[in-house]
Design a protein around this ligand. Structure first.
Ligand code: ARG
Length: 346
C-alpha cells in the first residue's frame, strides 16, 4: 500500500488579523471571530483527516498567521527549505517551523538572510512530480529559485505574480493530479502565462474567472481526485467533475480576512521524489557595472524599475557615491531574469 498523504496544520488558538500585509487584511483588523475560525478550521481538519493524515505544529502567541502552515517552508522528500518571510510581522514564525522540521527529521536548508522565500505558499510541485512551479513578485525573491533547484534537485519554473490580491502563488495556481492545472491567468504576467501554456496542454488547463478566484478557489488542497476549497461556482464544480474531480467545499471566511484559505492552512510533508528528475533553473544572473550621475540624473532608479517591470530582480552589490556635484558615482548591480530570453530582451 502507498503511504497516505501527510499534511501539517496549526490550530487557530492564537489566530487573529493583527496587522495588514496583504489587501485582504485591510479593514479586517480584529474583525475575525476566533470561535468561528476554530469551527471552520476544525471542519477543514476533519475533511482532510478523511483523505490524508494530518499532523499538528503547536500554535504560538504573537504570531497569528502561523495557522498558514503552507508558509512554513517547502518540503521535497527528506529536505525542507525553511521560509524567510518578507514581512517582519511573520518572521517570528521561522524558529518554530525550523524546530518542527528538525524534530521531524528533515534536512533543513536556510536561505541567505536577505533573500525572502515564503515556502509552499510560493512553490508548488507539479502533482506528477516533474518540476516545481515557483512564484515571485510580492513575497518571494526570484533569486531564491536557483537555491530551490540546487537543494531539492528539481527543475524550477519561475512565474511572476502581478496582482497584489494574489500575492502568493497558491492563491491563484493549483496543480492537480493527472497533470491538470486549476489557475487564474489574470494573476500572472504574459510571459508567465506563456510558460504555463507551454507546459500544460490546453485540455488540462482549468482557467477560472475572477469571481471564483476571489473566493480562493485556486487555494485548494488536492488529494487524489478530491479538491477541497472554500467555495466554488456551479460551473467550476461542473468543469472539475467533467475531468474526474470532486469538489469538497468547506467555508473558510474567517481566514479569507487574513488573505488565506484551504491550501494556505496546510503543508504537504511527504512529497515523493522522482528518481529521474533533476535540477535545472532557467534563472539567469549578470553583474552590471554602472558609472555616471547615477542618483542625481535618476539613472539608478530608472534602470532598476526597468529590470523589475520586465520581470527581473536585482541586488545592489556595492555603491560608491560621488559626493561633489560634478563627481560621478559607480555601482555594481546583480540583475536576475527568469530565463535567458527575458535577460536578453531587457
Ligand atoms: N496573512 C497571511 C500573509 O499575508 C496569509 C498567508 C496565506 N498563505 C498562503 N499560503 N497564501 O502572509
Amino acid at each position: 500500500m502507498t503511504e497516505p498523504i501527510r499534511i501539517l496544520m496549526c490550530a487557530p488558538d492564537h489566530y487573529d488579523v493583527d496587522y495588514v500585509i496583504n489587501p485582504w487584511m485591510e479593514g479586517n483588523i480584529h474583525k475575525s471571530s476566533r470561535n468561528k475560525a476554530v469551527e471552520q478550521w476544525s471542519k477543514l481538519n476533519f475533511v482532510l483527516n478523511d483523505i490524508a493524515k494530518v499532523d499538528l505544529v503547536q500554535a504560538q502567541k504573537g504570531v497569528p498567521d502561523m495557522v498558514f502552515t503552507a508558509n512554513a517552508g517547502l518540503v521535497l522528500g527528506e529536505n525542507a527549505v525553511l521560509s524567510r518571510f518578507y514581512h517582519p510581522e511573520r518572521q517570528g514564525e521561522e524558529p518554530y517551523f525550523k524546530q518542527w522540521f528538525e524534530d521531524n527529521g528533515f534536512n533543513v536548508f536556510e536561505l541567505p538572510q536577505d533573500l525572502p522565500f515564503e515556502g509552499a505558499g510560493d512553490a508548488l510541485l507539479d502533482r506528477e512530480g516533474r518540476w516545481l512551479w515557483a512564484g515571485y513578485g510580492f513575497r518571494s525573491e526570484l533569486d531564491s529559485h536557483p537555491y530551490l533547484a540546487k537543494w531539492l534537485d528539481i527543475e524550477v519554473l519561475s512565474l511572476r505574480l502581478i496582482d497584489d490580491r494574489f500575492y502568493h502563488l497558491d492563491t491563484c495556481f493549483c496543480p492537480l493530479s493527472g497533470g491538470y492545472l486549476l489557475y487564474y491567468p489574470g494573476a500572472f504576467d504574459s510571459y508567465s502565462n506563456h510558460i504555463i501554456e507551454g507546459r500544460v496542454p490546453a485540455e488540462k488547463r482549468i482557467a477560472i474567472a475572477e469571481a471564483d478566484a476571489i473566493n480562493f478557489a485556486c487555494n485548494s488542497v488536492n488529494v487524489g481526485q478530491s479538491v477541497v476549497m472554500n467555495k466554488a461556482s456551479d460551473s467550476l464544480k461542473q468543469r472539475l467533475a467533467d475531468v474526474g474531480f470532486k469538489v469538497i467545499e468547506t467555508p473558510l471566511t474567517e481566514f479569507l480576512k487574513a488573505g488565506g484559505a484551504a491550501k494556505c492552512l496546510t503543508l504537504r510533508i511527504n512529497e515523493p521524489v522522482l528518481p529521474d528528475v533533476h535540477a535545472s533553473t532557467p534563472v539567469e544572473s549578470r553583474v552590471l557595472h554602472m558609472e555616471g550621475h547615477l542618483l542625481d540624473a535618476g539613472i539608478m532608479n530608472r534602470s532598476l524599475d526597468l529590470v523589475v517591470d520586465n520581470g527581473g530582480s536585482f541586488k545592489v552589490l556595492n555603491f560608491n557615491l560621488g559626493v561633489e556635484r560634478q563627481s560621478t558615482s559607480s555601482a555594481e548591480v546583480r540583475v536576475s531574469a527568469p530565463d535567458h530570453e527575458v535577460m536578453e530582451k531587457s
